[in-house]
Design a protein around this ligand. Structure first.
Ligand SMILES: [Zn+2]
Length: 461
């Protein structure tokens, strides 16, 4: 009996004429070439060409070529991460034998022993050798010491208000919709957003890398770099949230602990956008296909962008918008109220005046903003153990109570703008973040007033 990757068992019975290979458990999918190596070893052990008892202390995964070379597989890091995460009692004693090409990513989980091999012959020699030098050697991951390199916000000219809003979004983990004419730097701002977020923890980096390894999209050069996923508006629901015959993670999971940037939001198919509602609240997605069910993490921060109207120039200083009110309403209406409700902040990114366009970029660098963000994020963790965006029900009452003048302003805004209870709570959470950035324990009127501004870029809800 041989364990092949996590949760799978390969059993081989040898008679004079046939080998029977049994892969268990029966109800889990077994596509992928990663079973080649355990099957080959199972046959060798069943036919007594190698000792079966020593194999039990190992896990194996790898695809074999016809000449016996080991080829890389998908999900190597996900396998070692699962072993680490479930607190496997035997993980210290058990070793993982994997194709050499997968060793770097798998060894990112430091407490699992990785023995990389190039071929089936090398694996067999490992078990036959008396000489320790002939055995497979433990792979130690090369530590990645370079800091993640993100483009800098200082490269974006003007847009001080939008940058301030992004600072608030980064500090509290709030989702953002940027509304503005084409060419105002919405995409540039989004691409620089990851650079002001607090650095990833080891655990976050591992989780994010493990999901990416499932689609062979992870390279150890991207270690601790927050993922930035920007699917095109023609993306299908399956591409966005995951799915397929054998469920694979979609863009929202590949953006786990990173950013999902949806440019031209109204151009996405409405049904595709609606499936975002659940993971935006819960941070994970369950995909059910016939008898199979897969649960993928999806704690992404949503950054969306759109034009204010079909021509793009509504409210523009020099270009005139030619859209009728009806067209504008229909365009903005492509984003449903319930989805809009779940986006914490909606901000306007206006066209730059001509004199600003000619100026050199002179804004604050990402590093300076990131320091304030990190401080505010640490305040939240110390107070409530989670970022402000993740506060729910009672926690909002406990941690986000404004003072009297703040509360009065909020109640007026709520009745005038006809907000839902959900929108009301979101404004409170954003106000909490604004107070945290200012190092204030009490949420007062200016914090509430700024938070209200971040919900007025589109039609009033
Ligand atoms: Zn227009």
């Amino acid at each position: 009996m041989i364990t092949a990757g996590l949760g799978y068992i390969v059993q081989c019975n040898h008679t004079t004429l046939v080998n029977t290979v049994n892969l268990a458990p029966a109800d889990l999918p077994k596509e992928s070439g990663r079973f080649d190596l355990p099957i080959a070893l199972g046959i060798l052990a069943a036919s007594q060409q190698m000792p079966a008892d020593t194999l039990e202390r190992y896990e194996f995964a790898g695809e074999l070529s016809l000449s016996g070379e080991l080829r890389p597989i998908r999900g190597a890091l996900a396998m070692t991460y699962a072993m680490h995460h479930r607190g496997d009692q035997n993980r210290q004693q058990r070793a993982f034998i994997l194709p050499r090409m997968n060793a770097d990513e798998a060894a990112l989980v430091a407490d699992v022993t990785i023995l990389p091999a190039d071929s089936l012959l090398q694996v067999c020699a490992h078990f036959a050798a008396h000489d320790p030098d002939a055995r497979l050697q433990r792979h130690v991951a090369t530590p990645v010491t370079a800091l993640p390199d993100y483009p800098d916000l200082a490269e974006v000219k003007g847009q001080a208000q939008a940058k301030r809003a992004l600072e608030v979004a980064a500090a509290g983990g709030h989702s953002v919709l940027m509304v503005g004419p084409p060419g105002t730097g919405k995409s540039m701002l989004a691409k620089r957003f990851a650079g002001i977020l607090r650095p990833m923890t080891d655990e976050e980096a591992l989780e994010s890398a493990a999901v990416q390894s499932l689609t062979s999209g992870f390279s150890s050069a991207r270690w601790k770099l927050r993922p930035f996923r920007a699917p095109h508006h023609t993306a299908s629901g399956v591409a966005l949230v995951g799915g397929g015959g054998t469920p694979r993670p979609g863009e929202i999971s590949l953006a786990h602990h990173g950013l999902l940037f949806l440019d031209e939001l109204p151009e996405f198919h409405r049904s595709v956008l609606e499936v975002l509602r659940e993971p935006l609240e819960s941070g994970h997605i369950t995909i059910s296909r016939a008898a199979r069910q897969a649960d993928f993490p999806a704690q992404f921060q949503l950054i969306a962008a759109m034009n204010p109207c079909p021509c793009g120039y509504l409210g523009h200083t020099s270009n005139r918008c030619r859209c009728t009110p009806d067209l504008i309403a229909r365009y903005q209406g492509k984003i449903s109220g319930p989805l809009l409700d779940r986006i914490d902040m909606q901000i306007q990114v206006g066209a730059l005046p001509h004199e600003d366009l000619l100026k050199q970029a002179d804004g604050e660098s990402s590093a300076g903003i990131a320091m304030r963000v990190a401080h505010a994020a640490a305040t939240q963790l110390a107070r409530q153990g989670k970022p402000n965006h993740a506060l729910t029900g009672n926690e909002i009452e406990l941690h986000c109570q404004p003072d009297n003048s703040g509360e009065q302003l909020l109640r007026t805004a709520m009745s005038r703008l006809n907000w839902s209870a959900r929108a009301y709570h979101r404004v409170l959470k954003v106000a909490r973040t604004i107070a945290d950035l200012g190092n204030e324990s009490t949420i007062s009127k200016p914090h509430v007033a700024e938070a209200i501004q971040y919900r007025r870029a589109l039609r009033e809800q």
